[in-house]
Design a binder for this molecule. Sequence first.
Ligand SMILES: Nc1ncnc2c1ncn2[C@@H]1O[C@H](COP(=O)(O)OP(=O)(O)OP(=O)(O)O)[C@@H](O)[C@H]1O
Ligand SMILES: [Mg+2]
Length: 503
Amino acid sequence: MTLLRFQHIMSNEISKRAFFSRPPEPPAEVLINDPLQSLYIGTTKIFRVPFSWTFANLTNPHISVVGITGAGKSYFVKTLLLRASYIWNTNAVIIDWAGEYKAWVKQTGGVVISFAKGDYLNIMDLSGMKPLDRVKQIMNSFAILTDIGSYPEQRRLTEEAIEQAYVNSGLILSEKPTKKSVESPTLKMVISLLEEKLQEGTYEYPAELENAIYRLRQFAREGEDYFARRSTIDLGKLAESGLVDIDLSGLPDERFRALGALFILQTLKEKMRAEGFSETKGLKAIIVLDEAWKVASDDKSDAITIVREGRKYQFGLIVASQNPTDINEAIFSNVGTSFILRIKFEKFLNYLQGSLNFSDFIRSEISKFGVGQAAVEMAFQTAIRFPETFILERIQGEEPLYVYTIDLTDVLTQSELSAGLMVRDYQFEKEELRNKFIDFNISSEGVDELFQRMDAQARTIKVIDFIQSLREKDVQSSIIIAFLKSLSLDDTIITRIVQRAGA
Ligand SMILES: Nc1ncnc2c1ncn2[C@@H]1O[C@H](COP(=O)(O)OP(=O)(O)OP(=O)(O)O)[C@@H](O)[C@H]1O
Ligand SMILES: [Mg+2]
């Protein structure tokens, strides 16, 4: 039997009690941080608290970002990198699967490395490592990307040939290279060694040798030897060169992209370990993996090693993906912060809710988010008594969203207009259009003038005026045509535009 009783209680005691049974947002002291030691992201949805991110009280500095296409993942990553560079002087290396960051990095004065467009990387380069360690890493990449793991004999043959190639180049397998002048061998030399062995004809299982050669050749064919030649870039300097974009989009397929990405991660991991512990505030470097296929999902990938060890070296990893199940569980459950942008699929929502444990309320909000809205989940070092997930009204980047319109109605005939089959206008978000201009090599003054002109006309321009302004900027006809083609316009319309604009 229970009796209801009134209690005498002082107001200061009431104030100690939680007002809500479950407060809807973490307390302000967690969300608001020293502006000189944290990165502003946006305001919270319920109490409009300005949230600035720091990893000081979190389990680690790593971040996962998930959301459907167009939800704002890359926009968030760019915002974070810029602010980290401003506040902490953080360097960044973007492993750019789809070439999405290239134009932005150029624009911010960073370095772009474009494979398949003149830049090569020798995956046998040592960057100060012992050859034996590099051999393990190379074999590890092949195990992730090919079926070599199922063929122990071929694995052994390949490994031995790689070791032999290092020895032939005058390197000692168990020692770090002392002289800078010793050049690393290439994959092509490894293949030659295997071929010689095959020609000798004394090896018992020639089919094994043939298959081992065949597998390596896929990465060393003439014209596709991006990773089988002497390097044109110094990877050792990558983590200290400001903002670096590694554009993998020109490579022929996912395996090539992954081979490059795995090798870069391996090199950065070694660099991180070699530099030792760091006393600096903030982050020394951030590595970004955006849509990186097996690189973020395979257990053997160094993305996982970096997540496990990065904190003590002040190295942060950001993994972004449209598909949360593509991010390895070990990464996902270990990152200090997750930014969840709009997610539609039930399957993905189940996976996220299962690993991050947010409420059904948050789950239903995530499925309704607009561009740039996000749920944030942080893993604190100490036990806490508030919800770890909260909602941001919008990630506040450097620039608002402006739509620019190129109007085509003037070049369409009456019947085309009434049939309604042709596109009447093109709309671009400002950054998107700017990136297009940069991609078409229009000078930065030219780009600024074009925007000024459009801004003066409510951000709209008739296609003929637009093309004539390009002509005034001395943009060549071939570039103008390539630009129009990139809009997937009909050839007849392109011809019409070009003739009328006198380009
Ligand atoms: N927080 C935001 N505020 C204003 N505009 C935004 C915001 N986030 C994204 N945008 C705009 O929305 C568009 C899509 O964003 P973004 O490219 O970042 O999407 P994404 O999630 O990376 O998509 P994808 O998976 O296709 O790469 C861009 O034009 C970007 O400028
Ligand atoms: Mg993106």
